[in-house]
Write a protein that binds this ligand. Sequence first.
Ligand SMILES: Cc1cc2nc3c(=O)[nH]c(=O)nc-3n(C[C@H](O)[C@H](O)[C@H](O)COP(=O)(O)O)c2cc1C
Length: 172
Amino acid sequence: MKRAILIYYSRTGFTEQYARWLEEMTGCPAVAYKDARKMDLAPYDIMLFASRFRAGYIQKLKWLRRKDRRRKLRAVLATGAAPMGSPEAKREVSVSVRDEGFRCAVFYLESGIRYEAMGRIEKLLMRLFLRLMGEQDNGKYQHSYDNSSREYLQPVVRYLQELGAAEEEKNL
Ligand SMILES: Cc1cc2nc3c(=O)[nH]c(=O)nc-3n(C[C@H](O)[C@H](O)[C@H](O)COP(=O)(O)O)c2cc1C
């Protein structure tokens, strides 16, 4: 079986939760960005990257470009507050990955908003962002909520199985 690693960047916990779920479901170790920065990735055949989608950008993709010198990246998982079925979210996330020069699978995962875990700047950015979005449809984003679900990871699990980097039956 191929050795895979998932590196994740999370500020308010949603991406970390998804990374932990995927670790449980596939056995693929999940490593936080701050630890992965110092890691040697040579022992791994495949890399996955999970991060938060913020105001049109997937955070830390530029860092990933430098880290992935050997082109081991196979998938980017982006978490965001947009609804799971949103074609715009899927498109924006894909464009963001492509613009950074990556050619890999892209998965969008709905998460939520967690104001209590945001710093002052993030809260301010969020307020500005909501104002830019206009009144329509942003009532939902005024308060913390969590729409994340383990189920959303099923396509990622299948993808890892196809790559030969996940066991067939592990806790699915
Ligand atoms: C300032 C700000 C901007 C955001 N912009 C977007 C966005 O453009 N699209 C989206 O779907 N979610 C957006 N979100 C929601 C986050 O992407 C979502 O909460 C994410 O899962 C947080 O990840 P984390 O908990 O791992 O840090 C934004 C959140 C903040 C604070």
